[in-house]
Write a protein that binds this ligand. Structure first.
Ligand SMILES: [Fe+2]
Length: 322
């Protein structure tokens, strides 16, 4: 099976205005927007869809749609799953059902876009390898521009059941595991990022979305994007920090529509040669900050743009007085 990525994830929001600001500040490009629905896209075209809650409905995760390469593959998945559950097909060619944990999932033919033009990724300078010459590194003061949705994570009561469904019925691959049903990292292809779906043991007793993760180009973009998102008023859930499993740098933010959104960069990319491991202890982080980085209002003295401009203005005034 050739999965092409996460085509879309849909949330229900009780406050569409807040959801619009959240997606826009996150760095998603605004796509088609209606009175009751809005959409934000990564550079690859992975889409976050937000629909307005009906009366009495709460905010939350609604569904995830995986992309596949061909209609024949989509139809093969639909036929396989229709053996023991209802599978619906809409006019747009998406087939929908639920997984064994009860999460709404779907499949459609979808190809990620090649990245649109943006600043060239930072070239790194090391003592013995100067590859960025006469150029500053890329800065992200305006915020991140997520490249793609890299993975989705669910907290579930029965991790083994989730693993069996995704591996046996959908053909996903095992990357790593926590022993005793504490968690399982899966990927959708033999060769892929370390994990595209991760199930961890629920602490709340509910099966629910844990987070949705957006891959960015570099650690500069994780930190710069996270700082910009914080300045826009959004709350850190945890981070920034670094995962020992998958090697990625991360920063998680509370999502008012449920779960968290994560910026991450530089994940391990693994192949059929990768040997899955069984972890006995929690290896969530190599290091992390619990609640974000201080932003400019923290009272630390730092050169300000206003000061720099005042100095320049003074110098210009002196020069013209001569
Ligand atoms: Fe993650």
């Amino acid at each position: 099976m050739d999965y092409t990525g996460i085509a879309s994830v849909t949330f229900v929001a009780t406050d569409l205005g807040e959801a619009r600001r959240y997606l826009s500040d996150w760095g998603l490009a605004r796509a088609r927007t209606g009175r009751r629905e809005l959409r934000g896209e990564t550079r690859s075209g992975s889409t976050v869809i937000v629909v307005a809650a009906g009366s009495g409905e709460g905010a939350g995760f609604r569904e995830v749609i995986y992309g596949v390469a061909t209609a024949a593959q989509r139809d093969a998945i639909a036929a396989e799953l229709a053996r023991d559950r209802q599978v619906l097909r809409d006019d747009g060619g998406t087939v929908r059902t639920v997984d064994d944990c009860g999460f709404p999932i779907g499949f459609r033919v979808w190809k990620p876009r090649r990245s649109k033009s943006r600043p060239a990724p930072t070239r790194w300078n090391a003592p013995a390898a100067r590859s960025r010459i006469d150029r500053e590194a890329v800065a992200f003061g305006e915020g991140a521009q997520p490249g793609q949705i890299g993975h989705i994570v669910f907290a579930v009561n029965d991790v083994a059941r989730a693993e069996a469904f995704y591996r046996d019925r959908l053909g996903f691959w095992l990357s790593d595991r926590y022993v005793g049903g504490a968690g399982v990292f899966l990927r959708w292809a033999r060769r892929s990022e370390h994990h595209n779906v991760f199930f961890l043991k629920s602490r709340s007793g509910r099966d629910e979305l844990h987070h949705l993760a957006f891959e960015v180009d570099s650690v500069h973009e994780v930190f710069g994007g996270g700082l910009a998102f914080s300045r826009a008023g959004w709350k850190t859930q945890i981070g920034p920090g670094r995962h020992p499993i998958s090697s990625a740098y991360f920063w998680y933010f509370v999502n008012p529509m449920g779960g968290a959104f994560e910026y991450f960069c530089d994940p391990d990319y693994v192949t059929e040669r990768w040997k899955p491991r069984n972890f006995r202890v929690n290896r969530f982080s190599e290091w992390h900050l619990p609640a974000g980085l201080p932003t400019a209002s923290d009272g630390h003295a730092r050169p300000s743009l206003a000061t720099a401009r005042a100095i320049e203005a003074e110098a210009a005034a002196r020069a013209s007085a001569r």
